[in-house]
Design a binder for this molecule. Sequence first.
Ligand code: 5GP
Length: 183
Amino acid sequence: MIIVSGPSGAGKGTLIRRMHERFPFLRTAISATTRPMRPTEKDGREYHFLSEDEFLAHVADGDFLEHVIYAGNRYGTLRSEVDRHLHHGDSVVLEIELRGARALRDALPDAVTIFIEPPSRDELVRRLRARDTEAEADIQVRLAESLVELEASQEFNYQVRNDDLDAATAEMARIVDAVTRSS
Ligand code: 5GP
């Protein structure tokens, strides 16, 4: 299992999409969230979009490998999503924030962890604003969370700095290639 983490706006999603193009056997576990769906998103593709009650029912049933509240919304990795792919022998990629990554790393010591770094704090702010999908208050919360996350980069097995997307893609591809060959 490959755990990809790093601040909101670092470019995790873009890099993971590029890994799927290069490594067709990679599978992404679709997380559940209570955050509102963005106009470009589709239920079951980016996330399983759940109500608060639905999410809490999964918590009560023990369906999550980990779950957190991030920027006021709930996010969680569904055990069923991960198991489904592992049963087929595929490599599973998870894109999650810091606290979830820590919890999974402790629970699954074989997992390989990759931290995606933005080029700078200023660039992170610019990217978060350029997204234009979140309200100002939400951007502020994400920024605060992101600054905390940046401090933790050295806890991860690998760090990929995303200042040049093609260079970051090549770097991440080297890691994914090495990890999936040896597993
Ligand atoms: P966004 O709302 O921008 O899609 O995601 C916010 C943050 O939640 C991102 O850092 C994303 O990686 C993280 N996230 C997405 N799914 C999960 C999950 O299942 N568990 C945890 N802990 N974080 C998640």
